[in-house]
Write a protein that binds this ligand. Structure first.
Ligand SMILES: NC(=O)c1ccc[n+]([C@@H]2O[C@H](COP(=O)([O-])OP(=O)(O)OC[C@H]3O[C@@H](n4cnc5c(N)ncnc54)[C@H](O)[C@@H]3O)[C@@H](O)[C@H]2O)c1
Length: 398
């Protein structure tokens, strides 16, 4: 096992889960270390072994090719587990409506497998987990070598956010945790960030509170926009005025149909679940506000009395192909329930329909067939049908 003195030797890192988090860490750490990756999805494994990325991230793909980074993948964990200096877990933790908590079984299964196959390897949980989860795992498996380190990347900018991190947070101050931090620092291309050590429950809280703060900010500017639309005021002028206060700042203030994506909806719900009997108002309000925003947007769309509404792209952001929990889907569901026909244009979708809405492959036909086109983010592709477009993208940015 590696010690502080022999940091110059190549370190063996095993990553479990080759999604956004796993792939960005693989390329980041693959610059100087031996990285192997395990994923249950055979297609993902084959793609990686043929040098192709299972996630859409142009920067990551170009960086991988340019730096000739070697990564081996398998769907058999026992191929790679033995003698790993570090094991990183980045499997999904979806929110379970039945449990009213994250479903953490893929993380716990991975821990069990590693403890059997390579019991001395430190395990770093990068999946977002409920506050207290890592401490439960340490107790259940009598192992202090399991710790949490939050991941702060954005989809579509996964590697970039790890090469230029806002901060590195470690849920342990042990020698192994400091070594792991050192690997992340070594791999980063900027040195302008803090490295923070705390316990794992605190690090888990950092992740959930950070995402809930971002969701709150999105909700705030969306409610500002709902207000100014209803009162016939100019949203842009108000946001410009508000954001010119340096304490508020002119960033992350572009209205939308609601916050969405894989992380913000589930992480806010998990934080609320973690509060249990602790008094709170804001956390609950963030979640309600997002639903109210989608109701409001749907009502605004229905005021146009459209027979057919075209959805231009299902993803939240213009540079992403990932539409997990995107807010436009919430709007789509609401207007369909009022009898409006919904059609979709999204070249990332290969199928012919999505929740029984027809997917158009031809943009021009889609434009002709739509009475109104709704889009979370504006695109130059819609320039010629501006008069049909409904969006709340005021600043033309993500
Ligand atoms: N996507 C983000 O922007 C982001 C940011 C920070 C944290 N996170 C957190 O990181 C975790 C992973 O997120 P993601 O976006 O990378 O997920 P993802 O869905 O893109 O990828 C997860 C990968 O894990 C694989 N997998 C599932 N179960 C597995 C198992 N038991 N063993 C091995 N592989 C398995 C899947 O096939 C998939 O390739 C989640 O907990 C998420 O909340 C995500």
């Amino acid at each position: 096992m590696i010690g502080l003195k022999n940091m110059n030797k190549k370190i063996k890192i095993l990553i479990i889960g080759a999604g956004y988090v796993g792939m960005s860490l693989a390329i980041l750490l693959g610059q100087k270390n031996i990285v192997r990756i395990v994923d249950t999805n055979k297609k993902t494994v084959d793609l990686i072994n043929s040098g192709k990325s299972p996630i859409k991230d142009d920067f990551l793909i170009n960086f991988w090719i340019k730096n000739k980074i070697k990564i081996k993948a398998s769907n058999k964990i026992h191929f790679f587990a033995k003698d790993s200096d570090f094991v990183i877990i980045s499997t999904p933790t979806n929110y379970s409506v039945e449990k009213n908590f994250f479903d953490t079984h893929s993380v716990e299964d991975s821990i069990q497998k590693i403890l059997k196959l390579s019991p001395k390897s430190p395990i770093i949980i990068k999946s977002t987990v409920p506050v207290g989860f890592t401490s439960q795992m340490q107790k259940a498996y009598k192992n202090k070598n399991i710790f949490f380190s939050p991941e702060f990347l954005r989809e579509g900018r996964a590697l970039e956010d790890n090469l230029f991190p806002s901060r590195i947070v470690l849920g342990s101050n042990s020698m192994k945790a400091r070594l792991f931090a050192k690997l992340l620092v070594q791999a980063a291309h900027s040195k302008d960030f803090k490295v923070l050590f705390m316990n794992s429950s605190e690090a888990e809280a950092v992740k959930l509170f950070s995402n809930s703060y971002l969701a709150m900010r999105v909700s705030f500017f969306n409610e500002l926009d709902s207000y100014s639309m209803t009162r016939n005021l100019d949203t842009k002028s108000i946001i410009d005025g508000v954001s010119s206060d340096s304490r508020i700042g002119h960033y992350y203030n572009n209205p939308s149909f609601g916050y969405g994506g894989y992380c913000l909806p589930k992480d806010t719900k998990q934080l609320l679940a973690n509060y249990e009997e602790i008094p709170q108002n804001i956390i609950e309000a963030i979640i309600k506000s997002n639903a109210t925003r989608k109701d409001f947007i749907s009502e605004e769309i229905l005021k146009f009395n459209p027979k057919t509404v075209g959805i231009y792209m299902l993803a939240m952001k213009s540079d992403s192909d990932n539409f997990r929990s995107s807010s436009i889907q919430g709007v789509m569901k609401r207007i369909k329930s009022k009898g409006v026909e919904v059609i979709i244009y999204d070249p990332n979708l290969k199928q012919n329909s999505f929740y029984s809405s027809k997917i158009f492959k031809n943009l021009e036909k889609f434009k002709r067939k739509s009475d109104l086109i709704i889009t979370n983010r504006l695109s130059k592709n819609l320039k010629d049908v501006e008069n049909k477009v409904f969006t709340r993208d005021i600043f033309n940015e993500n």
